[in-house]
Design a protein around this ligand. Sequence first.
Ligand code: GLA
Length: 388
Amino acid sequence: MRLAHRAAAAVALALALPAPAAALDDGLARTPPMGWNPWNRFGCEADQRLVREVADAIVATGMRDAGYRQVNLDDCWMARARGPAGELRADPERFAAGIPELAAYLHARGLRLGLYTSLGSETCEGRPALAGHERADLRRMASWGMDYLKVDFCGANAGVRADPEPAYARVSELLRETGRPIVLSMCSWGVGRPWSWGPAIGHLWRVTGDIADDWDSVMRVAARARSRWAAAGPGGWNDPDMLQVGNGGMTAREDRAHFSLWAVMAAPLLAGNDPRRMTAATRRTLLNREVLAVDQDPEGAQGRRVRARNGLEVWLKPLRGSGGAVLLLNRSPARATLGVDLRRLGFPAATRYRVRNLWRHRTGRRGPILRKSVPAHGAALYRVRPLP
Ligand code: GLA
C-alpha cells in the first residue's frame, strides 16, 4: 500500500506538530490520565472491598508504577437518598466505611481517588446528582480527598442538553473554588461538541456514547475520536471511553489493536478490567511500557489516520524529537500485507531508519519501506526515527 501524494502532504503537516489547543494550564493531565474504573466490568456492583482489592492488585502487578494512578468510582457509589440536610452520602452498604477512608487507603498507596456525578438531579442509575446542589456536593467530595471527577450527562435539563458548555464551566469554576487540584472528566457523550470548548474548561471529554466489549464498538468510538485530533494536547484530551482490554469480548489480538489505537490517539487509559485476575496476555497488553510511552509522549499530539483502504489503515503519531509512532491496523477479516514509505510520512528525509516493533520489542535498522503482514483485527505498532 503506497501513500497517495495528497495523503502524504497531510501527514507532513501532522508530523510538524499541530498548534497546541488552548487547554487549561493548571498543571493537571499534562499527559492523558491513566487509571482504572469499575464500570465496564462491574457496573453498579463495585464496593469498597473490590476497590481496595483492585488498588492492591494495581500496586502488586506493577500497574501503578507503569502510570495507572487513578482509581475511580463510577455510578452507584452514592446512597439512594441524600441526608437530612441534603448532603451527599456514600452508599451505606457498599461503601460503609465512607469515601474519606477509601481516599486515605488509596493515597497511602500512591494512588488517586476519582468520583462520579452527573449534571442532572439524578445519575443514569437514579442516584442523587449535582443539579441544585452543585457547590455543596463539589465541596463535600473535594473535602473527602477527591482528585478526579467524572461528570456524566444523565438527567440534564433541556437547556443543558442544548448547550452543555455553561453547566460544565460552572462545575469547573466550583472545583477551582475548592482549592484542591481535581481533574475534570466531562461525559456528555459528544453532545454539544465538547472538543470545541472542553480544553478551556476541563481535562478530558467524551466524544461518543458508551463503548462495548466488542470489536465493532471499539472501531466505532475510535472513528469518532479520530476526527477531533486537533483539540487534544497537554492538559486536555479527547476521550473515546474506558478500555475493554481483558474483559473477554475480544481476542487478545483485538485487545492489543484496541490498546494500540488508544495509545496512538493519546487517549486517556482507564483500564476497565479486573486487575485481580489478569491473563498473561492482558498483563502484557496493559503493562507494555513502550506502548504506554507512545500514549504518554510529552508532546501530547493525537495521532492521525493517514491512509485507509479496504479496512487497511496507517496511523501516525508525532513524538517528541524527530520520531513518530506508526500503527499498521488491519480491520479487514483476512490477513493482509500493509506497507508504507516512511519518507512520505513527513519524517525528515533519510535513507536509514531505526524501527522498533513495540509489541515484539525488537529493533531494526532499515530503509524507508516498512512492510508487514498483519492478521485480521491485528495491529503492528512501531516507533520510528530517521538515522543521521
Ligand atoms: C453513562 C456513562 C458511562 C457510565 C454510566 C453509568 O452511560 O457514559 O460511562 O458512567 O453512565 O451509569
